[in-house]
Design a protein around this ligand. Structure first.
Ligand SMILES: C[S@@+](CC[C@H](N)C(=O)[O-])C[C@H]1O[C@@H](n2cnc3c(N)ncnc32)[C@H](O)[C@@H]1O
Length: 385
């Protein structure tokens, strides 16, 4: 039995290292901030006794800081592409009585230049991200480094194991425990050919030709999403759009075309992924050079954007957070967009028809109009009254 009394939005994770109260970001009382793979990994660390006080510990893709908190005494470095994970890390350190600086956060752009004794990897949703990370980790692995990965069995495929085998070296797996598995990897130092294929690129034909560069963790990394295409084909242009936000910008494709069709506008790109914001910046500078003014902000939705300061928000919302499907983030984006818009300002949203964003926009804005559609997607407009 847990002795900690959890708050409405937290749950308690029981591990051999102790009991930890953990919260997701954004807080969600329906979803845990940890999974069985975190517990399995912590159990294994304890049984194998591979961590000493001196061990230099690297934690890769620790979603909401569960591993970092449980292993905080080792002052780990946590690598994660997500701003929400970073915020969850700080929140959970504080909830469990640790100082935030007991863990060093690293976005992976680039990874720290150091060797580690123990590297623990949570399998990310994106196989491309895992591939990129495994190549990048090669420089951080010494002769004695222990490497263990963990994930829910449903996210570990034979192709996942092949990546470990082909990039790092011999790989074995554990028995399943509570539908999770561990992956043990021994680094074969002779295996050093090949390199990360990311960032990669594709071409978009719009008002002109754009080469779109994408880091490994990008949404629709290898081709233009058909929802994004619907926005591009109907991109609004007017002198009244002085400040335009590409909310959840990914590689920045929506903001890029908006900037081109609205040459006087100032663009703001926001995303919670560090790789997304870096890709958007690279793509914007390639299209317009360094002289065109724009802001690139890693943040949660529109945090940090002043109320009533924006004329146009463009948004293709996410429909999942890591492996959890849901519309919590989309709701938050619409509510924050309304706050950020000036009176008369416009929110343009594209989404899969079945997600029924029009109903949410009607609730928040009091009305909503369909601007365009194709077989799968609808493009919706809500104006702040
Ligand atoms: C469906 S993709 C759209 C990307 C791009 N706008 C496009 O049309 O190709 C949604 C984007 O929202 C970002 N995102 C998810 N949660 C977010 C949050 N809380 N705040 C800001 N961006 C977020 C994701 O990283 C992803 O890049």
């Amino acid at each position: 039995m847990a002795s900690i009394e959890p708050k409405a939005s937290t749950t308690v994770m029981l591990t051999p290292q102790g009991e930890f109260e953990l919260e997701r970001m954004p807080p969600n009382p329906q979803l845990q901030a940890w999974d069985a793979a975190d517990q399995y990994l912590l159990k294994q660390i304890d049984e194998l006794k591979i961590l000493t006080r001196q061990s230099r510990l690297l934690l890769v893709n620790d979603n909401f800081g569960a591993l970092s908190v449980a292993l905080a005494d080792n002052h780990p470095v946590m690598v994660n592409d997500s701003f929400l994970s970073q915020q969850a890390l700080y929140r959970n350190m504080q909830l469990n009585g640790y100082e935030p600086d007991q863990v060093t956060f690293n976005s992976g752009l680039p990874l720290p230049h150091a060797k580690f004794d123990v590297i623990l990897i949570k399998i990310p949703k994106s196989q491309a991200l895992l591939e990129h990370q495994l190549y990048s980790l090669r420089d951080l692995i010494g002769f004695d480094t222990r490497i263990i990965a963990a994930g829910m069995s449903r996210s570990i495929h034979s192709s996942t194991l092949k990546l470990f085998e082909s990039i790092l070296g011999p790989t074995t797996t554990s028995l399943a425990w509570k539908k999770s598995r561990l992956i043990y990897v021994t680094r074969d130092q002779a295996l050093n050919q090949g390199q990360s294929p990311y960032p990669d690129s594709f071409i978009v034909e719009a008002d002109r030709e754009y080469t779109i560069i994408n880091h490994a963790n990008l949404f629709s990394r290898d081709k233009l999403d058909s929802g994004s295409r619907l926005v591009i084909e109907n991109m609004p242009a007017s002198e009244k759009y002085r400040h335009i936000v590409d909310l959840g910008c990914g590689n920045g494709i929506l903001g890029l075309i908006a900037a081109s069709l609205n040459p006087e506008a100032k663009l703001i790109f926001t995303d919670e992924s560090y790789m997304a914001i870096d890709s958007a910046r690279i793509n914007f500078e390639a299209a317009f050079g360094k002289n065109r003014e724009a802001e690139f902000t890693v943040t949660n939705c529109l945090q940090g954007i002043a109320n009533e300061s924006v004329d146009l928000v463009l948004n293709n919302p996410p429909f999942h957070q890591q492996t959890s499907v849901g519309d919590t983030i989309a709701w938050q984006m619409f509510i924050e967009a309304r706050k950020a818009l000036k009176p008369g300002g416009e929110l343009w949203v594209v989404g899969n028809r079945h997600l029924a964003y029009h109903a949410k926009l009607k609730k928040i804005f009091g009305h909503c109009e369909q601007v365009a559609s194709n077989k799968k997607f609808v493009l919706l407009l809500a104006v702040k009254q």
